[in-house]
Design a protein around this ligand. Structure first.
Ligand code: CU
Length: 154
């Protein structure tokens, strides 16, 4: 082997290592993971031992995620519901598209709390934990609003 060939092989190896390093870095950093932010959450003041929760989840990441469950000290019976033809129906998960939003709003998708341990009143806050298929859980406080509150009408 001549000195020149050895030099070329050396360069080739270095280039390959650099490339491998680059691609590992980019897959681990922003762009691929879901990046979730929760906003506009509230709970209308419950009038029975049932309550509903509403909020908006924005996914600014590059991967679709799913809201899979909700937990809270307020109730051990929390499910997620969609509304179709004015009838609500439990779902296993809600999709939060990459670069999109999941809207839980009156008349549509919502969090359903049953068998409330106590009835929160307007002005109080209810802490809930949102669980996702990929992202880490997010804890949010839902302010309790008047029973008929609907931000879409404000
Ligand atoms: Cu419901």
């Amino acid at each position: 082997m001549t000195r020149r060939t050895a030099f070329a092989v050396g360069i080739g190896l270095t280039a390959a290592l650099t490339l491998a390093g680059c691609s590992t870095d980019s897959s681990a950093s922003a762009g691929s993971a879901p990046e979730l932010k929760v906003s506009d959450g509230y709970m209308p003041q419950p009038v029975s031992d049932l309550a509903a929760g509403f909020l908006i989840i924005t996914n600014s990441g590059g991967t679709t995620d799913k809201l899979t469950s909700v937990t809270s000290d307020l109730s051990e019976h929390i499910t997620i519901h969609k509304t179709e033809n004015q009838r609500m129906q439990e779902v296993k998960s809600f999709t939060i598209p990459a670069g999109g939003t999941l809207d839980l709003e009156r008349g549509g998708n919502h969090i359903m709390f049953e068998k409330l341990k106590q009835r929160p009143t307007q002005g109080q806050k209810v802490t809930v934990q949102l669980h996702f298929e990929k992202a880490d859980p997010i804890e949010v406080e839902l302010p309790v609003k008047e029973t008929t509150y609907n931000p879409a009408q404000h």
